[in-house]
Design a protein around this ligand. Sequence first.
Ligand SMILES: Cc1cc2nc3c(=O)[nH]c(=O)nc-3n(C[C@H](O)[C@H](O)[C@H](O)COP(=O)(O)O)c2cc1C
Length: 193
Amino acid sequence: MQLLEAIHTRRSIGKVQDTPVEREKIEQLLEAATWAPNHHKTEPWKFFVLTGEGRRPLGRTLADIAAVKMEDPSTPENQETLERQKLLPFRAPVVIAAAAIPSDDPKAVHIEEIGAVNAAIQNMLLAAHSLGLGAVWRTGLPTYHPKMKELFKLREQDEVLGFIYIGYPDMTPKPGTRIPFAEKTVWIEEDQL
Ligand SMILES: Cc1cc2nc3c(=O)[nH]c(=O)nc-3n(C[C@H](O)[C@H](O)[C@H](O)COP(=O)(O)O)c2cc1C
């Protein structure tokens, strides 16, 4: 698939089959991720590949985070909500948690470290699409909760930036829509600012 075609036709695929994804394809996604641009060559990413029962701790953490906000987590309705949280990571056979590990290099700028990891995630999404896989970048506020950092043994300054749910597509996405670039672009061709 040509790059521009992949960029245009990639869509978030929220519904995927349970069929396992070949390890070599997952490795191709991770390899693509590491080719993202990164300032001062800090390569500030870290990936956690969750498959099989390896998805269970993420579900438990999502439930723990949800429980904190509940007055009484033991009510039947709340228990049901918590059970649903535990199952969320099982929506795809592979979930890749992407984290930013900002470099200690004094030249490194925090926002750039985060930006580099976001670029790595986009590389992964495009690679998944080009390999015939479906993927969606999922977050939600629990992503940024201290308990999530604890789960992945991250430091305070590190950030979980999202969970990439991956599998073989089990849906046909609607065509994408975007505001034309012209409405998001200012051409500056004279000394006018
Ligand atoms: C930082 C970030 C977080 C996202 N979180 C979610 C999410 O939690 N759930 C979800 O269904 N999609 C999530 N998405 C995917 C967007 O909903 C999706 O990219 C958008 O609707 C455009 O659709 P497309 O990816 O098919 O072009 C997220 C995207 C980004 C960039």
